[in-house]
Design a protein around this ligand. Structure first.
Ligand code: FE2
Ligand code: FE2
Length: 179
């Protein structure tokens, strides 16, 4: 499956523009990390991001998400490393984050949501968002309260870069989206 086919699938399964945008954001962050770590597999890293919440709108329960999507994608030829990362982005599946792709998908998922929330309350959106203001907002637990601070911190620790590097990389990736 290539990016265009994945995007076509995403548009079939997901009607919520916010969720579509979230999946594009996560794909962009995955692309940025692939540039750094595994450039020849950039498209596959992006596929994991683009498809990780494919079934969230239709099957939001823990019993089904992301299992329904993984089963469907397996039938449609998506490889096991990508499927493993998609399973592992949901810790309740019990799937270990034991690949670089899985570690980074988990690390960018919650953060991408938080960055979009930060951008929404700024007059110029992401254009001037800095890691320092992201850190400040993370400490304000009332802001974007649904975002797990623990998951963001775990993600940073597992990626093994500083908060500032991780935040800056994801901000730049999402900023570059043509959306
Ligand atoms: Fe998810
Ligand atoms: Fe997600």
């Amino acid at each position: 499956m290539n990016i265009d086919e994945a995007r076509h699938l995403l548009h079939q399964w997901v009607s919520n523009p916010g969720l579509r945008h979230h999946m594009e954001c996560v794909a962009a962050c995955m692309g940025a990390y692939a540039d750094e770590l595994d450039p020849s597999n950039r498209e596959r890293w992006m596929l994991a991001g683009l498809l990780h919440d494919l079934d969230w709108e239709r099957h939001p329960t823990q019993a089904e998400h992301p299992h329904v999507a993984v089963a469907y994608l397996r039938e449609h030829g998506v490889d096991e490393e990508i499927l493993h990362a998609i399973l592992a982005h949901a810790p309740y599946t019990g799937t270990l984050r034991d690949s670089a792709m899985a570690v980074h998908l988990f690390a960018v998922d919650e953060l991408a949501g938080f960055l979009v929330a930060c951008a929404k309350v700024r007059p110029d959106g992401l254009a001037t968002l800095e890691p320092s203001s992201v850190r400040k907002k993370l400490k304000n637990l009332a802001f974007a309260a649904a975002v797990s601070r623990e998951d963001v911190a775990t993600g940073v620790a597992e990626v093994g870069v500083t908060e500032d590097v991780h935040f800056a990389r994801c901000i730049a990736a999402i900023r570059a989206l043509p959306l």
